[in-house]
Ligand binder design. Structure first.
Ligand SMILES: Cc1cc2nc3c(=O)[nH]c(=O)nc-3n(C[C@H](O)[C@H](O)[C@H](O)COP(=O)(O)O)c2cc1C
Length: 363
């Protein structure tokens, strides 16, 4: 029987365990989206994870919409990602990076007053801290034209190419959490009447085009994707999530991807992510490849998910923030440190790279 500590083959890689690190925005890049030096140290400290999925990272200037989040579309950004890859590989780890377009969640303050882009003109609910002030309401986006969609597909390809050239092990396409690709998939936002709207097949077309183009560029064994079928980030919704995401993963079966990563909080966990249900078992039944699960898991529930076949590996977010040696702590049943939320998006080492590993020797 497999558990969290068994190796697993994911895409091109044999990984040493099934305790993976979730993508976590930590806002430690400079104003040009270049990850600061400390970011390499932070990821290096966490290299005992079977796989690190590095934080959401902008694929173009148009989507630089989160204070101090990184990008991967300039030479300078790529060079910093190369240092990060080196730091993780020096500790025998593996690292993918999550590539990201925020769509309608980009506040105009970030982009010289430009209107954000989305599937349609449906405004997302929520506010964003911008260079001009905290908690500014999002604005109505404009629908992307078809040539613009094709250009963004190429931005994903460019980011994936740079990731691999930087020595990162692969990319995770961010199709979750109400960001651009999700703004096409879910019908609460997508009101288009062209081939990118209406039926589920049409709504997932943009995502499929991104997958196909990125796979053609770097190979399917270096490409994962994240979905969040049931959460309500930015007020996003779908009238038939089970059918929609069932169809999405059936389509994804065609691509031999490294993995599909589901963000769906485990029922009963006290979680900050509001959801409308738990589709993981249904999706597991429909997806034939490697499935990662995330959201409120601990060692016990993670092992149970692997044992009952619901997941191939388990992804941990908050626990990796405060426990760089989470794998060892799980192995030893050691106490876990709690993450300091007030430091999630601040500058510097405090609450970032200063969480200590256990002061014991372990094998
Ligand atoms: C500080 C913070 C930053 C996050 N940033 C991202 C991100 O960049 N991309 C993403 O897909 N999810 C992001 N998430 C969600 C996490 O990846 C994960 O889904 C969430 O923490 C639930 O997992 P957990 O219960 O193990 O913490 C973030 C969560 C937190 C707490």
């Amino acid at each position: 029987m497999s558990d969290l500590f068994d190796p697993i083959t994911v895409g091109n890689y044999t990984l040493k365990n099934r305790v993976f690190m979730a993508p976590l925005t930590r806002s430690r890049a400079d104003e040009n989206g270049v990850p600061k030096k400390i970011v390499a140290e932070y990821y290096g400290q966490r290299a005992s994870a079977g796989l690190i999925i590095a934080e959401a990272t902008a694929i173009s200037q148009q989507t630089m919409g989160w204070l101090n989040a990184p990008g991967i579309f300039t030479d300078e950004q790529q060079a910093s990602w190369a240092n990060i890859a080196d730091a993780v590989h020096a500790e025998d780890g593996r690292i993918f990076v999550q590539i990201w377009h925020m769509g309608g969640a980009v506040h105009p303050d970030f982009v010289n007053g430009d209107q954000p882009v989305s599937s349609s003109s449906v405004k997302l609910t929520g506010a964003m801290s911008t260079p001009k002030g905290p908690d500014k309401d999002l604005v109505e986006p404009r629908p992307l034209s078809k040539p613009e969609i094709k250009a963004i597909v190429q931005d994903f390809v460019g980011a994936a190419r740079r990731a691999v050239d930087a020595g990162l092990d692969g990319v995770e396409i961010h199709a979750a959490n109400g960001f651009l690709l999700d703004q096409f998939i879910r019908d609460g936002v997508n009101q288009r009447d062209d081939e990118y709207g209406g039926t589920i097949e049409n709504r997932m077309r943009f995502m499929v085009e991104v997958i196909e183009a990125v796979v053609a560029e770097i190979g399917s064994g270096k490409v994962g994707i994240r979905l969040s079928p049931t959460n309500k980030f930015w007020g996003i919704s779908d009238t038939t999530p089970s059918e929609t995401f069932g169809k999405v993963v059936e389509k994804l079966n065609e691509y031999n991807l490294a993995y599909v990563h589901l963000l769906e909080p485990l029922p009963g966990t006290n979680h900050f992510i509001e959801t409308i249900g738990f589709l993981t078992p249904e999706i597991r039944a429909k997806y034939t490849g490697t499935l990662l699960v995330n959201g409120g898991y601990d060692k016990e529930t993670g092992n149970a998910a692997i044992e009952n076949g619901e997941a191939d590996a388990v992804v941990y977010g908050a626990n990796f923030i405060a426990n760089p040696d989470l794998v060892a702590r799980y192995k030893l049943d050691a106490e876990l440190a709690a993450a300091d939320q007030s430091r999630f998006y601040t500058e510097g080492a405090e609450g970032y790279s200063d969480y200590p590993a256990l002061a014991v020797e372990y094998a």
